[in-house]
Design a protein around this ligand. Structure first.
Ligand code: PLP
Length: 195
């Protein structure tokens, strides 16, 4: 395995797919949308489907590692690796990406409906990695009201709600999630009017 040729050219990127990989955006990797062939990708969170498993994946041309180079107490843990194999089998099965896209379309539709009804901003993102601009309302207040109503959603910015449901989420669960989100939005609006 060649160990040189590390900086082949600037068209050979390193891509962090930790949040976006393993079907999260509706393709197996987000780089699939852009016609990029990365030399190195980082993977984490998704590969284990909930158990701790991460990977650095490189082409032969740029890899400076030999198998076994990286040691660690839990590296190559058979239980985690078995979980990883099961995850890969699931996400590469024929219907999986189509199902993610279906759920995505349902969630986008529902969020756009809420945005229209309550004067919120736009929906952006891909697959099941979506954001809703909270417009004139505080995303932090909506997230807090949602929490009280049994829905975990985070506000990475004061005007942004982020949606990252499990990739095996059901249509019914998305419906329930949107219903709870709507109640949270209504509560924030009521509280503003009561001020
Ligand atoms: C979580 C995360 C990391 C860190 O991953 P670890 O496996 O905890 O080291 C790096 N990049 C992005 C985009 C992440 O979301």
């Amino acid at each position: 395995m060649p160990k040189t040729n590390f900086r082949k050219n600037s068209d050979s990127p390193v891509i962090d797919e930790i949040q976006t990989g393993i079907a999260r955006t509706g393709q197996l990797f987000a780089f699939n949308y852009y016609g990029i062939e990365p030399d190195i990708i980082t993977l984490g969170k998704g590969p284990g489907g909930g158990v701790p498993l991460a990977a650095l994946v490189a082409t032969h041309a740029v890899s400076c590692f030999e198998p076994g180079d990286q040691g660690g107490t839990f590296n190559g843990n058979p239980v985690m690796c078995a979980a990883g194999c099961a995850v890969f089998e699931a996400v590469t099965s024929t219907q999986f990406l189509a199902t993610v896209e279906q759920c995505s379309a349902q969630l986008v539709d529902a969020l756009e409906g809420l945005a229209k009804k309550y004067g919120l901003g736009g929906v952006r993102g891909r697959g099941l990695l979506l954001a809703l601009d909270s417009g004139p309302l505080s995303a932090v207040e909506i997230a807090a009201a949602a929490f009280e109503g049994g829905l975990l959603v985070n506000a990475p910015r004061t005007d942004t709600l982020r949606f990252m449901p499990p990739l095996n989420v059901s249509a019914q669960e998305i419906g329930e999630m949107v219903a709870r989100l709507e109640r949270a939005v209504e509560q924030v609006i009521r509280e503003r009017e009561g001020e």
